[in-house]
Design a binder for this molecule. Structure first.
Ligand code: PEP
Ligand code: MN
Length: 352
């Protein structure tokens, strides 16, 4: 464990990678202390997490140990020097967590979806100086995530962070919650003041993907990780498939490649490549504008001859041709499809 980590200072300097680890659920005193003992062997871990109240899909599942678990969190903190962190979903959780000296709170993906719950939590945290991390909502609804953060801003909180935990998706993906990196990137663009960390456990949903997703998160510039660990993951009462032992976490950290945050602008190779990209992007925009102009002329023709704007046969032909061509050029099929769908949508709008 790193010595005397100051979380409020981290919000200001963001120097060290923030690493939060511990069980999905606090199950017993033995389980928590054994997990914390394992984590205390890893220098990078500063914060011990533990779910005390668990939002479960069905009511017959384990819903968390409750208040008693907060005593064990306090014990683990005193014994190993970790900061402690837990999930709060209602004002009563906030009051209890504060009473037992929990250092950092997080708001879960199922709570962030509900503005009433968010507002209630914000009200009860008014002017507190406890750091609070907001997970993204389950569905890829960016504004709900932003809105939750704004409600905490409104309550005068100064230390607000975000946790990217992936998004539920109807499409078949290897992940439990698909990462959809463009959403945290948008949050970073609009709220550079809110540090974002990555909960790789809830993104992956299984142990096998953790290493790769952790590396991708680092490559995307994540400022930290939340990772679920358990002294006996196979017998965990919740999220057994995605939890790993502290010993496996230690190994995983050793395999990660840490990259530089800032590009040294003296690197002329990179500068030249960026210049080329900028020129190509300019050209792309000119071509798109030219295409839209022709599309409008086609729209006039269709109006004059009373022909419907949407010509399904033609659209299918365009899409098929470009997807085949794109794939032959080594492009990703889905990306080519997305690009042409956007272009086609704009074309249609101009012709209506
Ligand atoms: C958790 O961290 O254990 C949890 C329930 O997460 P989420 O809210 O992201 O599902
Ligand atoms: Mn979990």
């Amino acid at each position: 464990m790193s010595e005397s980590f100051d979380i409020r200072e981290w919000f200001v300097n963001r120097k060290d990678l923030l690493v939060i680890s511990g069980p999905c659920s606090v199950e017993s005193r033995e389980q928590l202390l054994a997990t914390a003992a394992g984590l205390s062997e890893i220098d990078r871990v500063q914060v011990l997490r533990g779910g005390i109240w668990k939002p479960r899909t069905r009511p017959d599942a384990f819903e968390g140990i409750g208040e008693e678990g907060l005593k064990w969190m306090r014990e683990a903190k005193e014994r190993y020097g970790f900061l402690t962190m837990t999930e709060v979903a209602v004002p009563e959780h906030v009051e209890l967590a504060l009473r037992y000296g929990i250092d950092i709170l997080w708001i879960g993906a199922r709570t962030v979806v509900n503005p009433f719950s968010m507002q209630e939590i914000a009200n009860c945290l008014k002017n507190c100086d406890i750091p609070v991390f907001v997970k993204n909502p389950i569905a890829p609804d960016f504004k709900l995530w932003l809105g939750a953060i704004e409600r905490l801003d409104g309550a005068g909180l100064k230390y607000i962070g975000a946790i990217h935990r992936g998004f539920s998706s109807y499409e078949d993906t290897p992940y439990r919650n698909a990462p959809l990196w463009e959403i945290p990137i948008e949050l970073l663009r609009l709220r550079p003041d809110v540090p974002i960390i990555t909960d790789i456990s809830h993104i992956c949903g299984c142990r096998e993907l953790l290493q790769d997703v952790a590396q991708t998160a680092l490559d995307m510039g994540t400022l930290g990780f939340m990772i679920e660990t358990h002294n006996d993951p196979d017998h965990a009462l919740t999220d057994a498939k995605q939890q790993i032992t502290p010993a496996s976490l230690k190994k995983a950290f050793n395999k990660l490649v840490y990259k530089k945050k800032n590009v040294d602008l003296d690197e002329t190779v990179l500068l030249n490549l960026r210049k080329e990209i900028d020129e190509i992007d300019d050209e792309l925009l000119n071509l798109i504008a030219k295409r839209m102009n022709i599309s409008e002329q086609i729209g006039d023709f269709k109006k004059r001859h009373k022909v419907t704007v949407l010509q399904m046969g033609r659209w299918k032909q365009i899409l098929e041709h470009h997807i085949n061509k794109g794939v032959n050029l080594g492009l990703d099929k889905e990306s080519v499809k997305d690009i042409f769908e956007i272009i086609h949508k704009d074309s249609i709008n101009r012709q209506l």
